[in-house]
Design a protein around this ligand. Structure first.
Ligand code: SF4
Length: 453
């Protein structure tokens, strides 16, 4: 399969979308920078501790998952193991078919379900699937794709959302956020009341207690997981945490890094289905544990990418993501996390090109609450992709390597530079479309150095 061309895709992104992404990522980055030092005495120590816990999880994943399975079952949660996207879709489809053939499925936001393209699979099986996260709902009615892990419509502005709601008959045109929210609320409320099945992701699952933990800001997770008779939670296997005592650190780090909040507006602890003495809650709770390439990643040199808690901070600070927007990556996981995770999960041959979508400035690693060394991994991926024939050295780099590997060629090249930089050069096209080519001034470094000593 042809690997995605991030530069090519980025050129198709509208200036309006770029402006929305730039302003939203800048605002949330500022919020994160203010929030974390206010919530942690020593942010570096907290993130190092979180990284160590995640490494412990990855080193002991098999036993922790068995412990989680046992404790979930003791709580009445039915646990299913899915090796691939297809098996996850089949498991979920079968549960839905047994519970409510052709019924309504309400869905809370979940990257794991995006990863396996669950909506398409359920719709093909005759279910009505309704996204209930406000951003995901807009994506659904616009037949669009999410472009950010936390904020799926970061590429849209209020005017576009207002037009979509008017088109779908949610209410009269308005750009007032509260009114837009009320329009969506009224439409989604009907769906919550008639849905037989609710599907959610999982932020953390605690092995020692068998509890599933979900964070959100809109309240749609709560309705999706409690109003329907059946709740299906879909979780990447790396989301397990060993102890309840690990939760305060991770809940704070996730909320602070994702949105600059002290804690999500709602934190749900799901300990199983409705008990006999309880009047509400689902009759059945299922947990689908998704591998989909993760065990293979664990065995290789990109293992640390599985520390990721999906906060989106690396996307917000990445200069390439800010300019190109998430759609340019052509994958559900965009930005620095996607540039490593996507090829690690699906193969360098297929997605190795994504590793080029970085300036290697290091901002992603600095922002990451679990200290993932993303720039180092991107360099390794570039090397892997080059060896696999997926990315190639361009002519300028080949010329640079030729010149730089011999001192006389390098010196001769420097002498030619003033002439070369003024000559028409087809290689400069693209670069000079939007900026002036800098002209050389003063002495060369080598000459300056020699004169100095
Ligand atoms: S790689 Fe780090 S910063 Fe990026 S989404 Fe994952 S946890 Fe957040």
């Amino acid at each position: 399969m042809r690997s995605p061309r991030v530069e090519e895709n980025a050129r198709k992104v509208s200036p309006e979308a770029t402006a929305s992404v730039r302003s939203a990522t800048a605002a949330v980055t500022l919020a994160r920078q203010n929030a974390l030092p206010a919530y942690f005495k020593d942010v570096d120590r907290a993130t190092a501790h979180a990284a160590a816990i995640k490494d412990y999880v990855l080193d002991n994943l098999g036993s922790l998952l068995e412990q989680l399975e046992g404790n979930c079952q003791a709580n009445g949660i039915q646990v299913h193991w899915a090796q691939h996207a297809a098996s996850a879709n089949k498991i979920i489809g079968d549960i839905c078919a047994r519970s409510a053939p052709g019924g309504i499925v309400v869905k809370a936001k979940s990257m794991a379900t995006e990863e396996i393209h669950l909506n398409h699979s359920l719709e093909a099986a005759g279910f009505e699937v309704v996204e209930t996260d406000l951003g995901e709902y807009v994506v659904q009615i616009d037949h669009d794709r999410p472009s950010h892990i936390v904020a799926p419509i970061i590429h849209k502005n209020r005017r576009e959302i207002a037009k979509s709601f008017e088109r779908e008959g949610l209410g009269p045109y308005t750009e007032v956020p509260e009114e837009l929210a009320m329009q969506a609320r009224a439409r989604l409320r009907e769906k919550f009341q008639s849905a037989e099945i609710g599907i959610s992701g999982v932020n953390f699952a605690v092995a020692e207690s068998g509890r599933l933990v979900l964070l959100e800001n809109e309240g749609n997770n709560r309705l999706s997981t409690t109003a329907p008779q059946v709740h299906i939670a879909v979780m990447g296997i790396e989301k397990v945490l060993p102890r309840e005592g690990d939760l305060p650190l991770f809940l704070r780090l996730l909320a602070g890094s994702a949105t600059g909040q002290k804690l999500g507006s709602y934190v749900h602890f799901i300990s199983g289905p409705r008990r006999p003495d309880e009047i509400d809650g689902p009759r059945d709770v299922h947990l689908v544990l998704l591998d989909n390439g993760r065990t293979q990643v664990m065995a290789g040199k990109y293992k640390e990418i599985l520390r990721c808690i999906r906060c989106g901070a690396c996307q917000n600070v990445c200069p390439v993501y800010r300019e190109a927007s998430g759609h340019a990556y052509g994958h559900v996981y965009a930005g620095p996390i996607g540039a490593v995770l996507a090829p690690a999960l699906e193969g360098v041959e297929k997605l190795g090109d994504l590793a080029k979508a970085s300036t290697l400035c290091g901002a992603c690693q600095e922002a990451c609450p679990v200290q993932i060394p993303i720039p180092r991994m991107l360099l390794e991926l570039r090397d892997d992709a080059y060896r696999a024939g997926v990315i190639h050295e361009g002519i300028p780099w080949g010329a640079f390597a030729f010149a730089a590997s011999s001192s006389w060629r390098w010196r001769a090249g420097l002498k030619m530079l003033p002439v070369a930089s003024t000559a028409p050069n087809p290689l400069k096209k693209g670069w000079t479309d939007s900026r002036a080519m800098p002209s050389r001034v003063g002495r060369s470094f080598r000459r300056w150095w020699n004169e100095r000593s």
